[in-house]
Design a protein around this ligand. Structure first.
Ligand code: FAD
Length: 457
């Protein structure tokens, strides 16, 4: 007999409960990945993620081959392809990871229904995508936590499952048919600086991180120029690294940096448990504020292209376009600038991020956007981040801005943050726009729209 292990957001051999359970339940296993046309139709299959995914699949295939198996790749409707693969090899069981988006929840339902109609069973495994399964800790009388701090307290004291070893051997039915494993070279339109994907790469990155860099994380994570965060988010998104394993290993290392890093992993779980309980928060306001968003195409284009005239905002937007990744502090600032200073709907910004981010995922992206826009889980929903204040704190001498804005690279020190203050002739030499909007006017407009008066920070 054989079982099917359906890989989704868990493209790894180490610490994979799905693969382990499939191997334990049968003689042979079909390690299946479906290039799902439903994901494509929903607009989530974009070049940067497709390139990283191709690396992940190639590495997974290589890892399986080292163990005597291989990856089986299909393309089409995920339900049809899984049912076909299960029927071809006579599998009684299909194993997969539980996941939280509306799409994933519906996929699971459709799959369960179709498999059961065929006399087969779907087995869904928890704590594969997140460290703690969504819904594992809940507040009294509620189905999810709406505020991070009490969630984190419970998350920290909850027991995690143990780490599962990678299998030594994987036997795959000889006649299981597969498409060729895709490769990054087949993907046009990829940003030039997209990092390499794959479990081997992810594990090497974590090993390099789990020492001095992680020790320094608590002090340096907000320093934009230092680039001192882990950059593991694409690996967590595709599941080439397991959140459970990272929490265990970071706790073993210990110290302030490791604690701060584990706290960020808890943020990831937090957003997942919100989305699991409120899947419609991917497109609807979690807490509607009666916003009547503005929509000015030129302003939106200037924001997307990094031409707002505010160097810190523009540097971040250029980094996103170049690398398919952006520092968290920069994500906060650019999102605040769009939703509050320009007062544009968070969905417009979230879509642009999802078009480019290698780590772009529904739970973290949509709910962080809502957090910044004040329609989500921030307990201070009306704060407006000021790019100049943020620049003083997180890029004090302008190194980050000079890295991403070549047209300002010759300006020295913090003067790079306010090119409009340069003497006339110097200013005229720069090919760089005037500020799109006056900061306090933008903030006032937003606060008035929310029926408030206040100050930006
Ligand atoms: P580190 O600082 O090293 O943190 C370690 C890990 O913790 C990250 O890899 C990530 O998995 C998790 N993490 C860190 N911060 C957060 C957070 N605020 N929320 C949830 N998880 C977090 N993260 C995504 O993974 N995908 C997204 O699509 C995404 N969109 C975002 C959009 C906006 C507007 C904002 C403000 C944040 C978004 N984030 C998103 C969260 C965060 O910015 C990134 O996870 C982080 O910058 C990734 O870099 P890193 O791996 O170096 O993080």
């Amino acid at each position: 007999t054989a079982s099917v292990a359906l890989f989704t957001a868990d493209l790894r051999l180490h610490d994979n409960p799905v693969l382990r359970a499939a191997l334990d339940s049968a003689h042979e296993v079909v390690p299946l990945f479906v290039l799902d046309t439903g994901v494509h139709a929903a607009g989530y299959d974009v070049p940067n993620r497709r390139a990283f995914l191709a690396d992940c699949l190639r590495d997974l295939d290589a890892g399986l081959r080292e163990r005597g198996g291989r990856l089986i790749v299909r393309e089409g409707d995920v339900v049809r392809e899984v049912c076909a693969a299960a029927s071809e090899c006579g599998a009684r069981q299909v194993h997969m990871a539980g996941d939280v988006s509306l799409y994933a929840q519906r996929r699971e339902e459709r799959l369960r229904h179709a498999l059961e109609a065929d006399g087969r069973q779907l087995r869904v495994h928890d704590a594969v995508v997140t460290a703690l399964p969504p819904g594992e800790v809940t507040p009294a009388g509620g189905d999810h936590f709406a505020v991070f701090t009490p969630y984190f307290r419970r998350w920290t004291s909850a027991g995690l499952r143990g780490v599962i070893r990678a299998p030594r051997t994987v036997r795959v039915p000889e006649d299981a048919a597969s498409l060729p494993v895709p490769s990054r070279e087949d993907t046009p339109g990829v940003s030039p600086g997209v990092a390499a994907g794959g479990e081997s790469e992810g594990r090497a990155r974590f090993a390099a991180w789990n020492g001095r860099p992680m020790k320094d994380y608590a002090d340096r994570h907000d320093d934009l120029a230092a680039d001192a965060t882990s950059r593991l988010s694409p690996h967590l998104h595709f599941g080439t690294l397991s959140a459970v394993e990272l929490v265990h290993r970071a706790r073993r290392t210990g110290g302030d940096g490791a604690e701060a890093f584990v706290r960020q992993l808890a943020w990831r779980d937090f957003h997942h448990q919100v989305l699991a309980a409120r899947p419609r928060a991917s497109s609807g306001d979690y807490r509607p504020r009666g916003d009547r968003w503005r929509h000015d195409e030129d302003e939106i284009a200037a924001w997307r292209d990094g031409r707002t005239g505010y160097p810190l905002v523009d540097a971040a937007m250029r980094q996103l376009r170049h690398e398919g990744w952006m520092h968290n502090r920069a994500r906060l600032l650019t999102a605040s600038f769009l939703t509050k200073t320009l007062y544009v709907d968070w969905r417009v910004g979230a879509r642009h991020f999802l078009d480019l981010l290698v780590d772009g995922d529904v739970a973290n992206n949509q709910l962080n956007w809502q957090w910044v826009a004040g329609t989500g889980n921030d307990t201070r929903p009306n704060r407006v981040l000021n790019p100049l204040t943020q620049a003083r704190r997180f890029d004090p001498d302008g190194t980050y801005v000079r890295r991403w804005l070549p047209e300002l690279a010759e300006l020295r020190g913090p003067s790079v943050h306010q090119p409009w203050k340069l003497p006339g002739r110097e200013r005229a030499r720069l090919d760089y726009p005037e500020p799109l909007v006056e900061l306090s006017a933008g903030a006032d407009r937003f606060l008035r729209a929310r029926g408030l008066e206040g100050r930006s920070t």
